[in-house]
Design a protein. Structure first.
Length: 565
């Protein structure tokens, strides 16, 4: 009996141990699974997620500065050595900037030099640093700097009238991003051959000018001229893609120097739906275009009076030094006769978004400010054709500054061989540039239109199409298709074109009426695409209409001629 009782107790205890062990393992497995899920969730957390969990005072540095690290330690050391840095940097800046000030000296001044230059006692503050992974054989670092200093900078200005004006540059506030490039990497200390430095981005630069013992306003326009000169000097001397090279180890570092790498060709076609800046009448728009904001490198279009949908059809060229970071800026202004021109809107497009050697046709939305992208107001759009050709590529340039400068990149794409050898005064032969005139016949087939907006009370229209070549003003028009919002014409018209590179085709749709006609929209086409492709068929949205598009077939038969330029 005791044996049986003991056996029963033993079985019960054994089962209890087994059940307890199993439950323990299951619980342990569940904890492991929950922990793995939690770790996976942390791994997926973003910086914004972590900020929701942690109050600002508990942010670890890796949460708040995931890409850009604080430089408290550097700022502390810089404050200690600033007196020495100030002395060396002041002399370096004065020596480098003074010749550039002279280069951009306003015409009304006889001389423009520094009589005193010191950066003051307040050291700049570095607010962040990041490493740029650009695939180059070196190290690229960017330092963000803020400086509200107390410098002592005095410009010694002399006019042609013999007047000497000591002008003090005061209240300087500056925020910018400096780029440092350590290249090439070598196997001897300090492990890089040279360092390049440049002002990668100028976020803010404010200063005031004051004549010591006088008034700068006594000479009209002088303050603005000096202000522009200082800004141009900074842009031309140190702003990216310009970079200063400091050799550390002996060697040839000419490959690090700034040099042209290609040509950007821009055709400013038109703009539409521009904001009206005038109380009476309409704006008088003109465009300003640049890759680098230097006065001698900025291009300006002609002004088109009293028009919110201007058509320019103008061609410009720009030198490109760094296609990976540079961009084209277009600013549209309303010209005023009495006061300064008023900005209507601006736009930009990065050159890295262009395929070298291929024309890109784009409409860019105009905004109030390129830096602050919070503008929802409709300020209009600008239409551009862009072509970027790096030097050395097929159909590109070899050297735009040499005497053998030949054709534009677009001309090279369209035709080659338009060069003639001439003999210079010194007996050397060189290639003289010849302007390519693409003459030929443009054949336009007006196929049909779709979804035109009704113009009469019955919800119908009697549409016909008018085609006009801009330069010759030669016009052709189709037959009228009665009571149809999806008309089919299938009519072909031929135009003799004397200069295909610079001509345009306007296609307008009208509603025929016994007592007049109603405008139903238009599209404006440059001939660039048909010149490159010889033939294409496409549909085009009608501008100035509630709805509708027109279907066209264009064909080009060329007869190029060449003219000395």
């Amino acid at each position: 009996m005791g044996f049986v009782f003991g056996l029963v107790i033993g079985v019960i205890v054994g089962l209890a141990l087994i059940v307890g062990f199993v439950r323990s393992e299951n619980s342990r497995s569940k904890r492991r699974s929950d922990l793995a899920t939690t770790v996976a969730a942390f791994a997926k957390m973003t910086v914004e997620d972590s900020r929701k969990l942690l109050s600002p005072e508990h942010y670890p540095s890796w949460v708040f500065f995931s890409q850009q690290q604080r430089l408290t330690w550097l700022n502390l050391q810089l404050e200690k050595i600033w007196p020495c840095v100030n002395e060396a940097a002041s002399e370096l800046i004065k020596t480098n900037v003074e010749p550039i000030l002279e280069q951009y000296r306003p015409a009304l001044l006889a001389s423009l030099k520094f009589s005193k230059f010191t950066l003051g006692t307040v050291a700049p503050q570095f607010t962040g640093v990041s490493i740029i992974e650009d695939g180059s054989e070196g190290i690229t670092m960017e330092l963000e700097m803020k400086w509200d200093g107390n410098p002592s900078i005095i410009l010694d200005i002399k006019t042609y009238l013999g007047v000497a004006l000591p002008v003090q540059v005061k209240n300087i506030g500056f925020t910018g991003l400096f780029r440092l490039i350590f290249r090439p990497l070598v196997d001897e200390f300090p492990c890089f051959g040279a360092v390049c430095y440049s002002l990668r981005k100028k976020k803010n630069l404010d200063f005031t000018l004051k004549v010591i013992g006088g008034d700068l306003s006594t000479i009209p326009g002088l303050s603005d001229a000096i202000d522009g000169t200082i800004r141009d000097a900074i842009e031309d001397s140190i702003t990216w893609p310009v970079r200063k090279i400091v050799p550390i180890l002996p060697g040839d570092y000419s490959d690090l120097e700034l040099k042209p790498v290609g040509i950007l060709e821009v055709k400013l076609v038109q703009a539409k739906e521009l904001t009206n800046k005038d109380l009476i009448g309409k704006s008088d728009p003109f465009a300003e275009l640049y890759v680098r904001p230097l006065r001698n490198k900025m291009k300006k279009s002609r002004t088109i009076n009293n028009q919110l949908n201007p058509v320019w059809n103008e061609h410009f060229e720009f030198i490109v030094e760094d296609a990976s970071t540079q961009f084209l800026v277009v600013k549209i202004y309303d010209e005023e006769n009495v006061q300064s021109s008023e900005l209507i809107g601006c736009a930009q497009i990065y050159l890295k978004d262009l395929e070298p050697g291929k024309v890109k046709d784009v409409w860019l939305k105009l905004v109030k400010d390129l830096e602050i992208q919070r503008d929802n107001k409709n300020r209009g759009q600008v239409h551009l054709e862009l072509l970027y050709c790096p030097f050395g590529m097929k159909n590109g340039f070899t050297n735009p500054f040499a005497k053998n400068f030949s054709m534009t990149s677009l001309e090279k794409v369209l035709k080659s061989g338009a060069e003639a050898k001439e003999v210079a005064e010194n007996g050397d032969e060189f290639k003289k540039r010849k302007e390519v005139i693409i003459r030929g016949v443009l054949s336009v087939t007006v196929i049909s239109a779709d979804d035109l907006a009704p113009t009469d009370l019955m919800g119908k229209a009697d549409p016909y199409v008018v085609l006009t070549m801009k330069k010759t003003e030669v016009k052709n028009k189709t037959r009228v298709v009665n009571e149809n919002l999806n008309p089919v014409w299938n009519q072909t018209f031929d135009f003799v074109v004397e200069d295909g590179l610079h001509d345009m085709l306007t296609v307008e749709v009208w509603d025929h009426d016994t007592f007049g006609k109603d405008y139903m929209g238009r599209c404006i086409l440059t001939l660039t695409r048909v010149l490159l492709e010889n033939e294409y068929k496409d549909s085009f949205e009608l501008e100035g209409a509630k709805s509708g598009k027109i279907n066209l077939h264009l064909k080009w038969m060329a007869q190029p001629i060449y003219r000395d330029s």
